[in-house]
Design a protein around this ligand. Structure first.
Ligand code: ADP
Ligand code: MG
Length: 275
């Protein structure tokens, strides 16, 4: 569904490229997390998915359409919705349902269809009860969910989140992640850039970036085997993974599948009961 083929991107005046020879393929319905230290190229990568940036070298194709093809760019933008860090910059009106309706209205969609889309979008992010609430009464997490509802009302097939949870408190982050996981379950292809490693353990794949390159790409269990490499890249693996590794060094036979507290409890309890 998304394909990066030897993509290099050089910002004007920058010393080194922000992306260097990136190859990445994301299949329909996949939930892929992108992690990496500040400046590793995550946002530059995300902006290539809907043609906000075009490769200096190489090609990005979305559903078979190259982003460099001007005739396809509108179609690509309809397929790819992007949510950014600050929800305040993404909301344009004062009332929740008006905000969600804003995008479809601009596309000239008929009012009945807009009503259906707004209702469905609010339901998918769990914000139906807030339809007529003033946007400024919402918490950061709720605003981000409304921003995503506004994207969903445009019926994209791919959702790109660029550190969309970065400005939220832990409960807002948890709600947003739950929302994104539910969208993925319903078939949405998701590319989620995040600085929170714990958010990636439930994804299909984790892509780790460093200095404009992909240094790891695999299932969470595969990627979190490489805790030393992650630490060298200034990334902190999830707490549970660090605890798992400490327990292993003490002799507990825990598998690579241990990524969350629940999985740790499941494998550790039988080991403890034999003592
Ligand atoms: N508009 C820009 N002009 C020049 N360099 C930029 C610009 N935006 C980002 N960069 C540089 O490109 C590299 C990758 O940035 P970015 O994609 O924003 O990384 P990340 O999202 O992982 O923090 C960094 O070295 C950054 O300084
Ligand atoms: Mg960024």
């Amino acid at each position: 569904m998304i394909r990066f083929d030897h993509v290099t991107y050089q910002y004007e005046k920058a010393f080194s490229p922000a992306l260097s020879d990136i190859n990445l393929e994301i299949r329909e319905g996949e939930f892929v997390a992108v992690v990496g230290h500040n400046g590793s190229g995550k946002s530059t990568l995300a902006k290539h998915v809907n043609g906000l940036l075009l490769p200096t070298e190489g090609t990005v194709t979305v559903c078979g359409m190259p982003t460099s093809n001007e005739d396809d760019i509108l179609k690509i933008r309809q397929k790819v919705g992007i949510a950014f860090q600050n929800p305040d910059n993404q909301l344009v009106t004062t009332v929740v349902e008006e905000d969600v309706a804003f995008g479809p209205e601009n596309l000239g969609i008929v009012p009945e269809e807009i009503r259906t889309r707004v209702d469905e979008a609010l339901a998918s992010v769990g914000m139906t009860a807030y339809a007529s609430t003033a946007v400024h009464h919402l918490s950061g997490g709720q605003k981000q969910r409304i921003a995503i509802a506004g994207i969903l009302a445009l019926k994209p097939q791919i959702l790109v989140l660029d550190e969309a949870s970065a400005m939220l408190d832990p409960s807002g982050r948890a709600d947003l992640l739950k929302t994104v996981e539910a969208l993925h379950k319903d078939g949405m292809t998701v590319l989620m850039v995040t600085q929170y490693m714990e958010e990636t353990t439930g994804c299909d794949r984790v892509v780790v970036m460093k200095g404009g390159k992909i240094i790891l790409d695999g299932t969470p269990a595969e990627v979190f085997k490489h805790t030393d490499l992650l630490k060298e890249s200034n990334l902190v693996p999830p707490e549970t993974v660090l605890l798992r590794d400490s327990l292993r060094s003490m002799g507990y036979a825990l598998s690579d599948q241990v990524l969350t507290a629940e999985q740790l409890a499941e494998e550790l309890c039988p080991l403890l009961s034999t003592i």
